[in-house]
Structure formats: structure tokens, C-alpha cells
Design a protein around this ligand. Structure first.
Ligand code: UTP
Length: 295
């Protein structure tokens, strides 16, 4: 439907991170390290690898840690350079060279929908991607390029769905779907936020990547607070399912790769271990240690 390349990515990182207290009292959960990089750096790298070079972070409290991470650190760079440690100079510089990052603040954490709405002026009238800062998709199984392709083919918005065990669906947004003639693409016919297992229309969970039509902003503006008193993105997306609405219509890509919810303690530990096991410098020793621990 559109050939214009998608360039803008919105990264909401203003949540309170209550599942990870007390670690997240003064530090955004997106800054917690996964091996040796903050979770958010993986997400920014994923966006940039998908060709998105205009990044907008929706920040809140403790934003300085996030902004500082993607900013230069001249004194540290000079100190390392004076020691001839070029490898570490490159590590310090790398986050600053990923792309142009803009920031806008969400004054109060009123929900993911409210966070996305803060992007409306920056995004304007073009489709854009949303990547949740605590949702980590393994770089070995990228999916954003496929989502962008699907959005350009069908128009409207594109979600990412992952099959979860039926008893786990109440922790996620859940989608009712119909097949298309592409095995990994479905049409979304209904959405419900965190349904009790017995009311869930499927075991397809919505995970933290979206390619959205800008019509979502108008819908969000008139979306009342929903579950938990927060303005839910899922509620606004529910309205946009209707293909008769301008900018409406919704498809989803079925994800079969690896992803981790780093805002959840167990998800965070899994991410840390799997990504460390995959590293040449850490994997063999960690594997041997884990095997000795587990007998
Ligand atoms: P989560 O629901 O995982 O974040 O939101 P949370 O509210 O911080 O988590 P807990 O349950 O209290 O631990 C998904 C993403 O949306 C952002 C979060 O930072 C996270 O990346 N978010 C959420 C916002 O930016 N603003 C909000 O008001 C809510």
C-alpha cells in the first residue's frame, strides 16, 4: 500500500517498573543490564537494524540515566584513550552512534496508551513502530522488518503475537484472529487486555512490538482510562480493528523467535542466562558452572 520507508520508532520507557522493586526505585527498569548492556540498548539496536533511524523515547522519572547512556562521555573516553584501551572507547561510544534519539516526557505514568499519545506531535501523519523498552527480542530472530513489510502491504496496523500456554494468557493482551494466505500473518478480529483464561478468545498474546497507523493518536485521545485506571493501548487498538475506519484494519505477525520480558524478574534472569550462554567470552565457563550447579 505504501512504499515510503518507515523511519520512526517510539520507545516508551516511562513505566514505574513496580514488578522489579526495589531495583527500579531510582533506576528505570530499561536500564537494568542484560549481561553488559542495559536492556534498552538492545531495543534501540533492534530498531536501528530494522532501518528505523528516528527514535523517540517516552521517558519519565530518572530519565537522566537513559539520556546519559545514549550521550557522549568525553572524560571517560579520554581516560580510556590515554590508556590505549580502544576497545572500551568503542563500547562507550557505540550507544551514541546508533541513531538520532529524541526525548519527550510523560509527566505521569498513566498507562502505555498515554505514553504512546505523547509521541503524536513528533510522529505526525505517518505509520510508526512502537518497541517496548522492557521487551527484548533476540537479535538472532529479528521480526520488525517482517512487521514493517506486512504493514506496507496491508496498511492499517500490525501487531506481534506469540502463542503462550492457555493458563498464562491472563498476563497479556490477547487477540482473536483469522488466518490469511500467509502462514505467519493473521487478521486481528478482536483484542482484550489480560482476560481470565476462560474468557480468552485464543492463546495468542500481544507482545511488545507494534507498527501503527497514526490514526491511533485520535483514538487514544478519546480513550478513557481502562484496566488499572490506565489508558490502555490495547483498548485504542481494539477500536482500530475496524477496517472501515480511516487508518483502521489490523493484522499480526506470529512470532516464533526468542523474546524476554526483562521487566519481570524471571524473564530478566532467563534473558541474562541465555544471552550470556550465547557469548564466546562468557558462554563456555557459564555453561560449565551451571552444569556443576544443577548436577
Ligand atoms: P509495563 O506495564 O510492562 O510497565 O509497560 P510498568 O507499568 O512499568 O510495569 P510494572 O507492572 O509496574 O512492573 C510496558 C512498557 O510501557 C512503558 C514501560 O516503561 C514499559 O516499557 N510504560 C508503561 C510507559 O512508558 N508509561 C506508562 O504509563 C506505562
Amino acid at each position: 500500500m505504501s512504499d515510503a520507508p518507515l523511519r520512526k520508532a517510539v520507545l516508551p520507557v516511562a513505566g514505574l517498573g513496580t514488578r522489579f522493586l526495589p531495583a527500579t526505585k531510582a533506576l528505570p527498569k530499561e536500564m537494568l543490564p542484560v549481561v553488559d548492556k542495559p536492556a534498552i540498548q538492545y531495543v534501540v539496536e533492534e530498531a536501528v537494524a530494522a532501518g528505523l533511524d528516528d527514535l523517540l523515547m517516552i521517558t519519565g522519572r530518572a530519565k537522566t540515566a537513559l539520556e546519559d547512556h545514549f550521550d557522549r562521555r568525553p572524560y571517560l573516553e579520554r581516560t580510556l584513550a590515554d590508556k590505549g584501551d580502544d576497545r572500551r572507547v568503542a563500547l562507550v561510544r557505540q550507544p551514541t552512534e546508533l541513531g538520532r534519539i529524541h526525548y519527550v516526557r510523560q509527566g505521569e505514568a498513566l498507562g502505555l496508551g498515554h505514553a504512546v499519545l505523547q509521541a503524536s506531535q513528533h510522529v505526525g501523519d505517518e505509520p510508526f513502530a512502537v518497541l517496548l523498552g522492557d521487551d527484548l527480542v533476540d537479535a538472532a530472530t529479528p521480526v520488525l522488518p517482517r512487521m514493517i513489510e506486512v504493514q506496507q502491504r496491508y496498511g492499517g496496523s500490525v501487531l506481534l503475537l506469540m502463542e503462550v500456554p492457555p493458563q498464562d494468557i491472563s498476563a497479556y493482551g490477547c487477540a482473536a484472529v483469522e488466518p490469511t494466505d500467509e502462514a505467519d500473518v493473521v487478521t486481528v478480529t478482536g483484542l482484550i487486555e489480560k482476560p481470565p483464561a476462560e474468557e480468552a478468545p485464543s492463546n495468542y498474546a500481544v507482545i511488545g512490538r507494534y507498527v501503527l497507523d497514526p490514526a491511533v493518536f485520535g483514538v487514544l485521545e478519546s480513550t478513557p482510562p481502562g484496566r488499572g485506571g490506565e489508558i490502555q493501548l490495547t483498548d485504542a487498538l481494539g477500536t482500530l480493528i475496524d477496517p472501515e475506519l480511516p487508518g483502521g484494519g489490523m493484522h499480526a505477525v506470529i512470532f516464533t523467535g526468542r523474546r524476554y520480558d526483562t521487566g519481570d524478574k524471571l524473564g530478566y534472569l532467563k534473558a541474562m542466562i541465555e544471552l550470556a550462554l550465547a557469548r564466546d567470552d562468557l558462554g563456555p565457563d557459564l555453561r560449565a558452572w551451571l552444569e556443576s550447579k544443577l548436577g
